[in-house]
Write a protein that binds this ligand. Structure first.
Ligand code: DC
Length: 209
C-alpha cells in the first residue's frame, strides 16, 4: 500500500499521515524533514543557496539527520524551501524518497509519504493520492497555536507572512512545484478538524478499492 499526501505548509499533513500510518500499519516519511535536514547541514558547510554546498549536504544525508535539533523550527522550514528549489538537490533526494517507498523500513508492507511533490513526481504510481489544503489564515492560526503549546515564542503576523512567502516559493519553482496531481483527492480542511480530515481520507481510500 502506498499513500501520497501533498499540500502547503502547515496544512495538517503530519497529523493526517501519522493517523494513516497507525491505521494501516505503514512506514511514514515526512519528506519535508529531509529538505529541512539538508538546509541545516548546508548551513554548517556555508551558504545554503550555493548549489555546490547544498548538493554536498544532500549527498551526505543519512536517516540519523532526520533527528537533528531545530529541524521543526520555522527558520529551518524557510531555509528548506530555498534549498528545495535547487534541481540538483531534488534529484539526489528523489532517490532517497523512492527507496523508502519501495523498501519501507521495519518490515512494513507499505508506506505513507507526505510532502509537496509525492503524488506528482516521487510516487506518481501511488494508488491513493491526497492533497490537503487550507487557507493561509487558517494555517497560520494552527501553526501559531502549535508553537504556543510547545512554549515557543511566536508572532502570528510573522507566521502568516512566512507561510505566504513559502507557498509562493514552493508553487512557483520550476522543478516539482507544489500542485495537486491530476488524480489526487483535494481536501480543503479550513473548516475541518483533524478527526474529520482523517475520516474524509479514509472514505476516499475505501472508494478507490
Ligand atoms: O513540509 P515542510 O514544511 O516540513 O517542508 C519544508 C520545505 O521543504 C517546504 O517549504 C518545501 C520543501 N519540500 C519540498 O520541496 N518537497 C517536499 N516533498 C517536501 C518539502
Amino acid at each position: 500500500m502506498l499513500i501520497a499526501v501533498d499540500g502547503p505548509a502547515a496544512a495538517g499533513k503530519g497529523t493526517l499521515t501519522r493517523k494513516l500510518a497507525e491505521h494501516f500499519d505503514l512506514a511514514r516519511l515526512d519528506t519535508g524533514l529531509i529538505y529541512r535536514a539538508v538546509s541545516l547541514k548546508a548551513l554548517e558547510l556555508g551558504d545554503p543557496s550555493d548549489e555546490k554546498i547544498a548538493v554536498a549536504a544532500a549527498e551526505g544525508l543519512s536517516f540519523s539527520d532526520l533527528d537533528l535539533a531545530g529541524l521543526r523550527d520555522e527558520a529551518a522550514g524557510n531555509a528548506a524551501s530555498k534549498v528545495a528549489a535547487i534541481p540538483a538537490v531534488r534529484d539526489i533526494l528523489l532517490i532517497f524518497q523512492r527507496n523508502f517507498a519501495a523498501n519501507p523500513p521495519n518490515g512494513k508492507k507499505g508506506a505513507v509519504l507526505d510532502g509537496r511533490d509525492i503524488g506528482t513526481v516521487v510516487c506518481p504510481e501511488a494508488p491513493y493520492k491526497l492533497f490537503i489544503d487550507a487557507s493561509a489564515e487558517v494555517r497560520a492560526d494552527r501553526r501559531y497555536k502549535e508553537l504556543q503549546e510547545r512554549g515557543d515564542e511566536a508572532i502570528r503576523s510573522a507566521i502568516l507572512r512566512d507561510i505566504i512567502d513559502r507557498d509562493e516559493r514552493d508553487r512557483s519553482r520550476t522543478v516539482a512545484p507544489l500542485e495537486p496531481a491530476k488524480d489526487a483527492k483535494v481536501l480543503d480542511t479550513s473548516d475541518l478538524d483533524a478527526d474529520a480530515v482523517f475520516a474524509a481520507a479514509l472514505n476516499f481510500i475505501s472508494l478507490q478499492d
